[in-house]
Design a protein around this ligand. Structure first.
Ligand code: DQA
Length: 148
């Protein structure tokens, strides 16, 4: 099983960026931990600060990944194009936000991506990514058992 984790703009700064909100662990360190925890799963990580690069990666994942975990950062609140890409590829996706966007500015309360994802996790810190991977693994296995 192949799962792609996609992080959008400014998430390359995790560990240094507003640690009181996003914590002090870099995503590279967390990703290594995830790979150990899910050693039987092929996990891939992609980050970009560019909307077009994120779109290209999602299109590519449409044929290559069995599941997507996406934190589009601020693009979640602005990008209809990323929402359209998720709808187009139909690969099951889970939206993650590290912070609890609903206790922050009101403009962070809406995400264009949410309706195109199977579900959303927000406010659980980096652990949200592990929970999203866990869900996708279970979903994939259940579909296999049903012959789907
Ligand atoms: C974020 C929340 C967004 O509002 C913000 O723009 C980010 C990070 C989160 O993970 O909490 O870049 O997606």
């Amino acid at each position: 099983m192949r799962i792609l984790i996609v992080n959008g703009p400014n998430l390359n700064l995790l560990g240094r960026r507003e640690p009181e909100i996003y914590g002090s662990t870099s995503f590279e360190d967390y990703f290594n931990e995830l790979k150990n925890r899910f050693s039987g799963i092929h996990l891939e990580y992609f980050q970009s600060n560019h909307e077009g690069a994120l779109l290209d990666k999602l299109h590519d994942a449409g044929s290559k990944a069995d599941g997507i975990v996406i934190n589009a950062g601020a693009y979640a609140h602005t990008s209809i194009a990323l929402a359209d890409a998720l709808a187009a590829i139909r690969t099951p996706a889970v939206e993650v936000h590290i912070s609890n966007v609903f206790e922050r500015e009101t403009w962070r309360h809406h995400s264009w991506l949410s309706a195109k994802c199977e579900g959303c996790i927000f406010g659980l810190g980096l652990e949200g990514y592990a929970l999203a991977v866990e869900f996708l693994v279970r979903r994939f296995r259940a579909a296999g058992e049903l012959g789907g």
